[in-house]
Design a protein around this ligand. Structure first.
Ligand SMILES: C[S@@+](CC[C@H](N)C(=O)[O-])C[C@H]1O[C@@H](n2cnc3c(N)ncnc32)[C@H](O)[C@@H]1O
Length: 318
């Protein structure tokens, strides 16, 4: 297994936002190349604990040697972060001090042609982050009906030519299935007609397929909710997003939980139920410095948002 080439974005900012301290318990739900995890682990030593989760078995292999320390406890687990409560529970952990979710894809995945994420290199139209189970991008392209495809391109890619592309997919797949990334990317460019801007014409369609194959938006929503519950009172959740669709989801969930906290602060009635209140740590997202942008263009669209779970527990008396 080759070493990771992924550069963690907003690495220092994330560890600072989580206020990592020696002896604390932390969870990285998107282990990737282990950049954030290694930095968190370093700050949590001696005596800390880190649970690293990734749905991609290759990510675990790549980061195993980087994310280890003799004076801390490390568990790396293959799984979906939307199941972090069960994963932590199996390790005997029911509350953590800090959680990071660095959403999306790693450069290791993007740059491996065999994974099928890139429209720049030839590979199978796969795009499964976890390799097993889910339908591949080719499965979606070759089986969804025209309406479902148009909806997918529009909702997950904000692709303005979604209808035209969907109609053309259904027509052209009669001649043979879509199977390869490069051929499909060129086909998209042809259908969209010579408009070549700064971004490749297939960018949005590729993003849409990737999000659908991996149910990324559903996982992000479930993961953020699960994370807020798993935090100990006073614990912090840092989420890094890379496009407006996932940022909107994170913002809305944070806002709902923060609204409950603000209501309490204003002397509002307490409520029954188990939706835990959180406090925003800064309303504006943190973005990459000029220095980071110069070294890592991928950081351009990164937004870091952090909340702290309000002290006092997650169940409130009615
Ligand atoms: C942007 S990378 C994370 C990079 C990492 N923070 C680092 O420093 O190297 C995102 C990683 O999250 C994983 N991932 C995405 N969605 C996931 C999910 N729902 N559950 C578990 N892992 C997920 C991907 O497989 C990928 O390895």
């Amino acid at each position: 297994m080759t070493r990771s080439v992924h550069q963690a974005v907003l690495r220092r900012e994330t560890v600072d936002a989580l206020a990592v301290r020696p002896g604390g318990v932390y969870l990285d739900g998107t282990l990737g190349g282990g950049g954030h995890a290694a930095t968190i682990l370093d700050a949590a030593r001696p005596g800390g604990r880190l649970i690293g989760i990734d749905r991609d078995p290759d990510a675990l292999e790549r980061s195993r040697s980087r994310v280890s320390a003799p004076d801390a406890t490390v568990d790396l687990v293959q799984g979906n972060f939307r199941e972090m409560t069960e994963i932590a529970g199996r390790l005997g952990v029911t509350g953590v001090d800090g959680i990071v979710l660095d959403l999306g894809l790693s450069s290791d995945q993007l740059e491996d042609p065999e994974r099928g994420f890139s429209f720049m290199t030839d590979g199978p139209l796969d795009m499964r982050m976890g390799r097993g189970g889910d339908r591949t991008a080719a499965d979606l392209l070759n089986t969804l009906d025209e309406r479902e495809l148009a909806d997918l391109f529009w909702r997950y890619g904000e692709e303005p030519d979604s209808r035209r592309l969907a109609r053309a997919v259904v027509e052209d797949r009669r001649e043979g299935s879509f199977t390869r990334t490069l051929a499909f990317a060129e086909w998209v460019a042809r259908i969209k007609g010579g408009r070549r801007g700064r971004i490749h014409p297939a960018t949005q369609v590729f993003q849409a397929l990737r999000i659908a194959v991996n149910d990324e938006l559903g996982a992000a929503a479930d993961g953020v909710e699960a994370a807020i519950r798993l935090l100990k009172p006073g614990g912090r959740l840092a989420v890094i997003t890379f496009h407006s669709l996932e940022d909107r989801i994170v913002k809305q969930i944070f806002q709902r939980h923060a609204g409950r906290w603000e209501n309490l602060q204003a002397g509002g009635r307490q409520w029954k139920g188990d939706d835990p209140p959180v406090r925003w740590l800064g309303r504006k997202p943190v973005t990459a410095s000029d220095e980071e942008l110069a070294n890592n263009p991928r950081a351009r669209s990164a937004k870091l948002r952090t909340v702290e779970k309000a002290a006092g527990g997650s169940t409130w008396p009615g």
